[in-house]
Design a protein. Structure first.
Length: 317
């Protein structure tokens, strides 16, 4: 009979399995051996071996494997859920000690919208990496709203009006949504003078699931909101694609200022319906967001401060 609380029934010291338990929590969050191994800096084979050894020590299956996915069993979920806060606390404490080492170093995982990252973030990041040569950045370009804590991200860039209250949010700069078209399109089709005129124009827009396409506007001088149904030759879920279509003269597009800054400056695109403000499309501020923790790692603080300075002027032409 095993009466030692630090020894498993498989006669293996439990302390030697802490890394295995942590691997299980990461596997539960990542959903695949490949993704979990990448986050832990392991090979897929080493990751699989840790889980197999942990299951042997526990005496029950912890992972349910299929050809398409990996899921934790009830026992696996119970073990992962009960130990995850402890591992988060350990990571936070280690980050605090690590920050005492002097030169900022380590891996930062950052997620940002595709167009914003390509057009505005990438040109600025070399200066940060040159200033802190021992910091490594891993970027995820995605327009989906990722779960930062469960997917292992340190920071996210998002344009929104309401950052989640469960997270720490730093305001980087205001952003605007602008209605634009090429001078050639406006010369050929005429410029709308009221939002209702858009119903007869070719519009380039983001598709919305289960919703008829439409745009809403409010007059700058005050007054009632106007919503108009729209249609056109192209719908795309990427501002770069819509910008290129607008530049080609295919129609009128509603786009964030960070995507059309250069085109407005050069005159390749021109604002449409001055005096009317688009509403309900993109957020009006760019934020840096991270899960709320007792301590923010120094590398995250440095990156946030760098971004606040880099984006302080916004994206006006």
């Amino acid at each position: 009979m095993n009466n030692d609380p630090l020894r498993t029934d498989a006669s293996r010291p439990l302390g030697s399995l802490w890394a295995h338990v942590h691997a299980l929590t990461v596997l539960g969050e990542a959903g695949s051996y490949t993704a979990a191994a990448r986050r832990l800096g392991l090979s897929k084979a080493a990751m699989s071996l840790r889980i197999s050894e942990l299951e042997a020590a526990a005496g029950v299956p912890l992972v349910r494997r299929t050809t398409r996915s990996v899921r934790l069993t009830e026992a696996g979920r119970q073990l992962a859920d009960s130990t995850r806060p402890a591992f988060a606390s350990i990571a936070e404490a280690f980050a605090g000690v690590h920050d005492l080492a002097g030169q900022p170093r380590g891996l930062l995982r950052l997620t940002a919208p595709v167009a914003l990252a390509r057009q505005q973030l990438f040109p600025r990041l070399p200066a940060f990496l040159q200033a802190y040569p021992e910091v490594r950045l891993e970027l995820d370009l995605s327009d989906r709203l990722v779960a930062l804590a469960s997917e292992g991200f340190d920071l996210a860039l998002r344009h929104t009006d309401d950052p989640p209250e469960t997270h720490v949010a730093w305001a980087l700069c205001p952003t605007e949504t602008l209605l634009v078209a090429s001078p050639g399109y406006l010369a050929a089709q005429g410029a709308p003078t009221h939002p209702a005129d858009l119903a007869r124009h070719r519009c380039l827009f983001y598709p919305r699931a289960d919703e008829a396409p439409g745009w809403s506007f409010e007059p700058d001088a005050g007054g009632e909101r106007v919503t108009v149904g729209i249609g056109g030759p192209l719908a795309a879920n990427n501002s770069e694609a819509l910008r290129e279509a607008a530049l080609a003269g295919l129609g009128i597009a509603l786009l964030p200022d960070f995507s059309i800054q250069a085109a407005l400056r050069s005159g390749a695109l021109t604002p449409v319906l001055p005096g009317w403000r688009p509403v309900g499309v993109f957020g009006r501020h760019l934020w840096a967001i991270r899960p709320r923790t007792a301590q923010v790692p120094r590398t995250v603080q440095l990156l946030v401060e760098f971004l606040r300075q880099a984006f302080r002027d916004g994206f006006r032409p």
